[in-house]
Design a binder for this molecule. Sequence first.
Ligand SMILES: NC(=O)C1=CN([C@@H]2O[C@H](COP(=O)(O)OP(=O)(O)OC[C@H]3O[C@@H](n4cnc5c(N)ncnc54)[C@H](OP(=O)(O)O)[C@@H]3O)[C@@H](O)[C@H]2O)C=CC1
Ligand SMILES: Nc1nc(=O)c2c([nH]1)NC[C@@H]1CN(c3ccc(C(=O)N[C@@H](CCC(=O)O)C(=O)O)cc3)C=[N+]21
Length: 306
Amino acid sequence: MTRTDDSRYLKGGPVAQRIIASVREDAAIATAEGFPPKLVSITVGDIAAVDVYVRNQRAKAALAGIGFEERRFAADTTAGELEAAIHGLNADPRVTGIIIQRPVPAHIPIKTLQAAVHPLKDVEGMHPASIGNIVYNQLDLAPCTAAASVELLKETGLELKGLEVVVVGHSEIVGKPIAFLLMSEGATVTVCHHMTRSLAAHARRADALFVAVGKPRLIKADMVKPGAAVIDIGINSEIGPDGETRIVGDVDTDSVKEVASWITPVPGGVGPLTVAILLRNTMVALNRQRALYRATYGVPDQIAAE
Ligand SMILES: NC(=O)C1=CN([C@@H]2O[C@H](COP(=O)(O)OP(=O)(O)OC[C@H]3O[C@@H](n4cnc5c(N)ncnc54)[C@H](OP(=O)(O)O)[C@@H]3O)[C@@H](O)[C@H]2O)C=CC1
Ligand SMILES: Nc1nc(=O)c2c([nH]1)NC[C@@H]1CN(c3ccc(C(=O)N[C@@H](CCC(=O)O)C(=O)O)cc3)C=[N+]21
């Protein structure tokens, strides 16, 4: 069976297309009403994984009718200069969304930058005031990769209530938000990290296994419960046997696919859906800004209805 026609593969492309089509409709309406969405990406330094992401953001934003601008900063830019740039974007009414590509160079505290983004323009939900929403079961705007991973699990049709889920990796942007989203859905969640004593023992209990670590082939077939759903979030570049650079995930896909009932391919799994969710979040953020304008200044139909 070839890679593409195997029904065990949970592909992100079709789900991403559905989301982008709906975002495109919302963006066209907002634009016609005088609120064109515009996303600004901030990149500091040169990182290959970020380049792939930004390239896809630009392409899909164009498809969806969302304005996109990339602001690139040299690796030696100071935190102060970056904060000033972010404040400028906050104050610019034409900019409706801001994303800070991670990682940033070590001398810049990422939390300071995330906190500088106005919460209404925070399309990733990484501002400390935004990330709390998912703790309060408010799930309409969540960190994109986490939301994409959970959305792909939903594609299996598995009942999330009571599902045994194991998340490997507990970063603020991927692992932790996945755990909170799944808790909101009623799953029983175990979170593993580098200090976990027996990763294999935990992983083997999972009906759904999420892996976001950044280590190729960390998860092997003997760590997966037969029939499980495996969501591989890793994006790692490595040199293949042919000498070409290729992208692989954190899961040893060839062996695990013989055990799992569902597995996300890399590339073609979580990645494309992450981009689509970012654009969906951009529209959620825009609509929140519009709601604030309405509440602050009033609009004729609201005033007439009072
Ligand atoms: N598809 C997509 O859209 C995206 C993909 N990614 C990819 O996902 C992966 C993870 O990204 P990110 O969360 O940002 O990475 P981080 O490096 O921030 O986090 C990695 C996590 O893995 C844990 N970890 C490290 N080694 C082990 C181990 N041997 N066993 C179990 N856990 C371990 C770390 O734990 P500890 O902190 O305790 O060391 C940490 O929680 C990367 O490959 C990245 O490229 C990231 C973002 C988006
Ligand atoms: N603040 C922040 N948020 C992120 O979510 C974030 C980030 N920083 N920094 C970089 C990582 C990496 N990341 C990717 C998302 C999609 C693809 C993607 O579209 N992948 C395609 C790649 C296809 C191709 O090669 O073009 C796929 O997997 O099929 C890749 C990588 C998001 N990240």
